[in-house]
Structures are given as structure tokens and as C-alpha cells.
Design a protein around this ligand. Structure first.
Ligand code: DX5
Ligand code: ZN
Length: 229
């Protein structure tokens, strides 16, 4: 199998929440492949964003798959609700489960609810080796490149080693990176082996959305071919 195509997933966290449908249309017309949706519960992270009804409304307005990133302490209880809301990718944090058996329970609940792609996210200080025995059971690993909670933080280059480790293990699923991705940092993510690239502030703050997304894709593809992937 060749490498997965580069997927650009703009984070709606940096969109204007009062004009979400317009923002979705704008970023889709500019070339977004997926729409990254940040769900925060005020417990796992010190911020509170949106829940199932708003994800459902986003799904109604969107033409691209929803890449839903759950920063919540109890993903198991929400599998059905996010599946009903239209999540295509549903990712939970490994830090909220006690062990691999509990992680499997969440993975199983997401699949039973009909989620097409199940992901696990890792905070910057969580070792990737924890995922070892689970890698064969998930479609996506989200390597956080900032501590989750807020957009607009600086990229932490030390997490690139985790992306490399996943590819060195022969992991062929999606590797997503999220936090501080922009024209300066996106190449290093693709070079390390990431195929799904999330960007919030750098996309929505730009004057030229289409130019920015096109540039991100070009930078990522160039970096990947330099890396010989
Ligand atoms: C952070 C979120 C990210 C965030 C990225 O907790 O998970 O998805 O929106 O925003 P930027 O690209 O601005 O770092
Ligand atoms: Zn996110």
C-alpha cells in the first residue's frame, strides 16, 4: 500500500461560531478535505466548546467528512450521540482510559455505533508506546502537538518523534497532527509521516483561505517526497 493522500482538516475552533454555516462553506470551497471539530467538556481540558446538537448542525451544513476530536473524560457514554450527530472520524484521548482493556471498550462502542473511522489521541507528554498493542485496532492516531484546550498555541517539535515511531512500527493507518500547524511547521509533520494535518488559526486567520490550504498541501507533499515516502 502506498502512503495515504495528504488530508487537510481545518479546525472549526478558529471559525466564527456565530456564522458557522458560512465558515464551513468558505473553508470547503477553499479545498478542505475534512472538517476538524473540537469537542471540549471543561473537565478533560479547561475549555468548553460544543456538543452533539451543534455537531449535528455542522453535519447538516457540511459536504465534507467530520473529523471529531473528543477532549472529554467519558467518551464511552457518548458513542451513540456522536455517531447520530454525523461523526465520520471519532477520536478519544488515551489519557481518559485506565488501560488497554478500557480503550478496547471505547473502540468497540464507537464501532458498534457505526463510526466509520476510530481514532486515539495522545497529549504531548503521553508516550506513544502505550498504543503498541492497540495499533492494529484503530484507523487513526492523533499526535497532539500542543496541550489540548485552545487554538493558537506554539507547535512542540519534540512530538514529531512519535509520528516517526508510528511509521517505523509499520503503522499504515492515518497519523494526524494537531496544534500549531502553519506554513513553518507543516512540512516537518509530513516529513515525519503524518498524513492528516489539522490547522485552526493559521487557516481561519488568513486573508486567502484557498491559497493557504493549497500551500499547506504543496508543502506537505513536497516534504513527504523529500522524505522518500
Ligand atoms: C486544540 C485543538 C486544536 C486547535 C488547533 O485543543 O485540538 O484542534 O483547534 O488550533 P491551531 O491550529 O490554532 O493550533
Ligand atoms: Zn483538535
Amino acid at each position: 500500500m502506498g502512503p495515504l493522500p495528504i488530508t487537510i482538516s481545518p479546525s472549526l475552533l478558529s471559525a466564527d461560531f456565530a456564522r458557522l454555516a458560512e465558515e464551513i462553506r468558505r473553508v470547503e470551497d477553499a479545498g478542505a478535505d475534512w472538517l476538524h471539530v473540537d469537542v471540549m467538556d471543561g473537565h478533560f481540558v479547561p475549555n468548553l466548546t460544543i456538543g452533539p446538537p451543534v455537531v449535528k448542525a455542522i453535519h447538516g451544513a457540511a459536504r465534507r467528512p467530520l473529523d471529531v476530536h473528543l477532549m472529554i473524560t467519558n467518551p464511552l457514554e457518548y458513542a451513540e450521540r456522536y455517531a447520530d450527530a454525523g461523526a465520520h472520524v471519532l477520536t478519544f484521548h488515551i489519557e481518559v482510559v485506565g488501560d488497554a482493556a478500557e480503550a478496547r471498550e471505547v473502540i468497540g462502542a464507537f464501532r458498534a455505533a457505526g463510526i466509520p473511522r476510530v481514532g486515539i489521541a495522545l497529549n504531548p507528554d503521553t508516550p506513544v508506546e502505550l498504543l503498541g498493542e492497540l495499533l492494529g485496532e484503530i484507523d487513526l492516531v492523533l499526535v497532539m502537538s500542543v496541550f489540548p484546550g485552545f487554538g493558537g498555541q506554539a507547535f512542540r517539535p519534540e512530538v514529531l518523534a512519535k509520528t516517526r515511531w508510528l511509521r517505523d512500527q509499520g503503522y499504515e493507518g492515518h497519523v494526524e497532527m494537531d496544534g500549531g500547524l502553519d506554513a513553518e511547521t507543516i512540512s516537518s509533520c509530513a516529513e515525519a509521516g503524518a498524513d492528516v494535518l489539522v490547522s485552526g488559526s493559521a487557516v481561519f486567520r488568513s486573508e486567502d483561505l484557498e491559497g493557504t490550504i493549497t500551500r499547506f498541501r504543496e508543502l506537505a507533499e513536497a516534504a513527504r517526497s523529500r522524505a522518500g515516502a
